[in-house]
Ligand binder design. Structure first.
Ligand SMILES: CSC[C@H]1O[C@H](OP(=O)(O)O)[C@H](O)[C@@H]1O
Length: 339
């Protein structure tokens, strides 16, 4: 995939973290600059930067903004950033890598350079992981003409190119005719706002549908495969992803449509035996009751707003990582794959 397929989601320049502000898309392509840990924590919590890999990379750079720039300051930064969002394991995977650097470095004055070097390595490795997921996923989607996806697991959710969308960019650039149907993904509309934006920018045909239309679309026979990202995958292959993914997997199975999960190895949490142990982020009621400031739910009513659900491994046709494809995932296969 050539470099200009999707924009760089984030960068660290002149000692500052520069983020595409994803809350402003698709109407405005603007950046938000984080100059300290608190601003980075806020950017992750408000989904200025979002998507499991992108959250991990942003948090790694956020540690580099710690003050004071010493062991205690950096460890406090890691502790603070770990409270930004609970579900995407990539956040904790990246922070653990930064903590390892601190713990194996004695001299404070070496730390700033070593930590920035580790954050840059995490960022660079993510680019390669996404590129490899694209290559491996393309082998699965090679006969597909129309795929359905949920939320945004594209370049904006990673360093660039994405996970679920990486195979689509790979095929599109190879001249393979493929179109994407994108669930709008209530309540924050990452599909309508972000997936449709980045695919359109790349020239990939995309159609937005409301989440409730997915069943009829799958019943129509038009969809050749469903492909989604993940925020945390347990040791048995159960996968947490944006709310609405689980019912999509049930519908795909009912209509005999392959259901693929694309994620780098940094999204696996092998310490969790099953997905029911994955922490699910509960977000504010206003995201559901007052979208864009318009009241659509009476104050007297209660509101649910879990940001993720868990798809059991038995509903997943295959998991695509940067290392290859695991069909019918189970603990033994995943342990071997990630060895
Ligand atoms: C490539 S991980 C993308 C993953 O993250 C999204 O959640 P959020 O937008 O809340 O960060 C969603 O679950 C995507 O599949």
């Amino acid at each position: 995939m050539n470099a200009n397929t999707t924009p760089e989601t984030l960068a660290f320049t002149d000692g500052k973290l520069v983020l595409i502000d994803q809350t402003r898309l698709p109407g405005e392509l603007v950046t938000l600059v984080c100059e300290n840990v608190e601003q980075t924590h806020d950017a992750i919590s408000r989904l200025v930067v979002r998507g499991a890999p992108a959250i991990g990379i942003a948090a790694a750079y956020g540690v580099c903004l710690a003050s004071p720039a010493n062991h205690e300051g950096y460890l406090a930064a890691i502790e603070r950033l770990a409270t930004s969002r609970p579900t995407a394991v990539n956040l904790f995977w990246a922070l653990d890598r930064m903590k390892d650097v601190i713990q194996r470095t004695t001299a404070d004055d070496d730390l700033a350079e070593l930590l920035l070097s580790e954050a840059i390595t995490i960022h660079d490795q993510d680019r390669q992981m996404c590129r490899d997921i694209g290559r491996h996923g393309a082998s699965l989607l090679g006969d597909c003409r129309a795929v359905l996806t949920h939320c945004n697991a594209g370049g904006l959710a990673t360093s660039m190119w994405g996970t679920a969308l990486a195979p689509i960019y790979h095929l599109h650039q190879a001249g393979h005719p493929i179109e994407v149907f994108a669930d709008e993904t209530r309540p924050l509309l990452q599909g309508a706002r972000l997936t449709a934006w980045e695919l359109s920018q790349a020239g990939v045909p995309v159609t937005v549908l409301t989440d409730s239309m997915a069943g009829s679309l799958l019943k129509s026979g038009k969809i050749d495969a469903v492909i989604v990202g993940a925020d945390r995958i347990a040791a048995n292959g159960d996968a947490a992803n944006k709310i609405g993914t689980y019912p999509l997997a049930v519908l795909a199975r009912y209509h005999n449509v392959p259901f693929y999960v694309a994620a780098p190895s940094s999204t696996f949490d092998m310490a969790l035996p099953t997905g029911d142990l994955i922490p699910i982020e509960q977000r504010s009621r206003t995201e559901v009751s007052n979208p864009h400031g318009t009241c659509v739910v009476p104050d007297a009513a209660n509101v649910m707003n879990p940001a993720f659900d868990v798809t059991p491994a038995e509903l997943i046709t295959a998991i695509i990582t940067e290392r290859g494809v695991v069909t019918a995932p189970n603990p033994a296969k995943l342990t071997e794959h990630l060895r």
